[in-house]
Ligand binder design. Structure first.
Ligand code: FES
Length: 106
């Protein structure tokens, strides 16, 4: 069973914030030791990937941050900034709880 986790970060903003968010998330995943975990007896890797558009543009182009989706959960976050990376990684990937203040319901 593949339980790998992927975070897709939109980089389709003119500001380039999505690239900075992806970079910050990668750094935090490594820093917090969450790149490889064992969850319920299964090895789980976490990968941060960039993508062009998640069709969540209201969350990307009006705010100062980027939209992203965490799979396999399908959790959607909006207006994520590089400064949110540590908290998002610790809360969602580390503790397994969604970071409520950045959640969006599209
Ligand atoms: S521009 Fe980011 S979701 Fe569309």
């Amino acid at each position: 069973m593949n339980t790998d986790r992927r975070l897709f970060v939109c980089v389709n903003q003119k500001s380039g914030v999505g690239e900075a968010v992806a970079k910050a998330l990668k750094k935090e995943v490594k820093h917090q030791g969450l790149k490889k975990q064992v969850v319920d007896g299964h090895k789980q890797r976490t990968q941060i990937q960039t993508c062009d558009c998640l069709d969540l543009c209201r969350q990307c182009k009006k705010g100062h941050g980027a939209a992203l989706i965490v799979y396999p959960e399908g959790t959607v976050y909006g207006n994520v900034r590089p400064a949110d990376a540590a908290e998002l990684v610790a809360e969602h990937l580390g503790r397994g709880h969604a970071l409520k203040r950045l959640l969006i319901d599209e």
